[in-house]
Design a protein around this ligand. Structure first.
Ligand code: GLN
Length: 227
């Protein structure tokens, strides 16, 4: 399986994402610069964390106009897995691939620590490696992670089981304690916590690895036929 890691000016978790795929998952991965226009040949797209374009205007608001974004949208429409982590989540919201918006954290402070999450839905291509209702610990590092949407959208997210990860503690003021959501179709996931920073016990935590093994397992089930 071949993954693309999109690199924007100001991305700072691109190398972590690359490492998670290459060394954690053992699959093919390439960096794709934001000025590129094609994602042909890639099976999945990863938008990493960071401060694309310095977080000016709003996090992700400039990156969403990058030349690569039509190809990201095309990949999403083709049903390929698209994962945005932290700033990647913000870009997906700005691009309209996911509903809602991100506000500054409720206390206006940057939060950087490991938090507890609940796996709200393990029947997605990003979370099938977890147990339903499992609690996991994953690091967060953001200033704009306060997820906001109207009540109708929240009800829809709940009804369609689009909420994949929920904070199990007070983190940033997110509506419904939302930490990660998918699109309706289930092939685009945005999450503020950083699973790519938690893929090996050597670094203290491997509870994020299942996000990536889930993607791979799902892809193999639909693409690899037994010989
Ligand atoms: N780690 C990150 O991706 C940081 C996200 C972001 N730009 C913020 O502080 O809100």
């Amino acid at each position: 399986m071949k993954f693309a890691v999109i690199v924007f000016p100001g991305s700072n978790c691109d190398a972590d994402m690359y490492h998670a795929i290459k060394d954690g998952l053992g699959e093919e991965v390439e960096y794709v610069f934001h000025t590129e226009t094609s994602l042909d040949g890639f099976d999945a797209v990863l938008l990493p964390g960071g401060f694309s374009h310095g977080d000016y205007l709003r996090s992700g608001a400039i990156a969403r106009f990058a030349p690569i974004m039509p190809a990201v949208i095309q990949a999403a429409e083709a049903g390929k897995p698209v994962l945005g982590v932290c700033n990647g989540f913000q870009v997906l919201l700005e691009a309209g691939l996911l509903p809602g918006a991100m506000k500054r954290n409720i206390d206006l402070k940057f939060v950087c620590r490991t938090v507890e999450l609940v796996v709200e839905n393990n029947e997605t291509m990003f979370s099938s490696g977890y147990e339903q209702g499992q609690t996991i610990r994953i690091p967060v590092a953001h200033g704009e992670g306060n997820y906001e949407c109207d009540d109708e959208t929240l009800a829809k997210l709940r009804e369609n089981k689009q909420i994949v990860f929920r904070y199990n503690e007070h983190v940033n003021g997110s509506k419904g304690d939302i930490a990660g959501i998918t699109n309706e179709r289930g092939n685009v996931l945005g999450m503020m916590p950083h699973p790519e920073r938690a893929t090996e016990t050597l670094l203290g935590n491997d509870q994020g690895l299942a996000v990536f093994t889930s993607i791979l397992r799902n892809w193999r089930e639909s693409h690899v036929t037994a010989s």
